[in-house]
Write a protein that binds this ligand. Structure first.
Ligand code: S3P
Length: 188
């Protein structure tokens, strides 16, 4: 049974590209009997354009504003499971909305696992700079860790990258609700 403040809130998954947010989010939604909302998919449906085209034509900052719109829309609805894009929590307004309306769980997957999971980075325009993907991911991760920490109520590390273990930890974190941040997730 879900206890504490969790049920009134969304379950929000954040973390880098390749962390498993969409896969685990869908499984968590099935488990909890809640709707699943993927911010990237919502943007693609509304804009009728792919993420690479949106970022390529309008730039990353415009994309962050689309994410902000979607976060505002979805956090205003019935509690659901929300899978964010890797950069969604970089925007302060999105971060605030997610944190105040959700139990925010950071899937903190190791660089090695991220590299293995994103492959050649197809469909991920931020990985198409021409630099080695591991290097790009490492740079993004370094820049983003403080923001993920500021957004998250819970951080889940996955030494073995097992989806089943992470799913169990995510469900447990949701049950705990928006507990005060730990040292791994400093206040916003
Ligand atoms: C991005 C991550 C992508 C997508 C876009 C930008 C990022 O989502 O939102 O390509 O800035 O990290 P996933 O994390 O689902 O790959």
């Amino acid at each position: 049974m879900v206890t504490n403040a969790g049920p009134q809130r969304h379950l929000v998954l954040i973390g880098m590209m390749g962390a498993g947010k969409s896969t685990i989010g869908q499984l968590a939604a099935n488990n909890l009997g809640m709707d699943f909302n993927d911010i990237d998919d919502m943007i693609v449906r509304r804009e009728r354009q792919s993420i690479p085209d949106i970022i390529g034509e309008r730039g990353e900052q415009s994309f962050r504003m689309l994410e902000r719109d979607m976060v505002a829309l979805v956090t205003d609805r019935e509690p659901s499971v929300i899978s964010c894009g890797g950069g969604t929590p970089m925007d302060p307004v999105s971060r605030h909305l997610l944190r105040t309306n959700g139990v925010v769980v950071w899937l903190d997957v190791s660089l090695d696992q991220l590299v293995a999971r994103v492959g050649d980075g197809a469909n991920r325009p931020l990985l198409q700079s021409g630099a080695p993907i591991a290097e790009t991911l490492d740079g993004l991760l370094t820049k983003r860790r403080p923001m993920y920490g500021a957004a998250a109520h819970h951080r889940i590390a996955s030494p073995d990258g097992s989806i089943a273990h992470m799913l169990a930890d995510v469900l447990q974190a949701y049950r705990l609700g928006p507990t005060p941040p730990t040292s791994a997730s400093p206040p916003a």
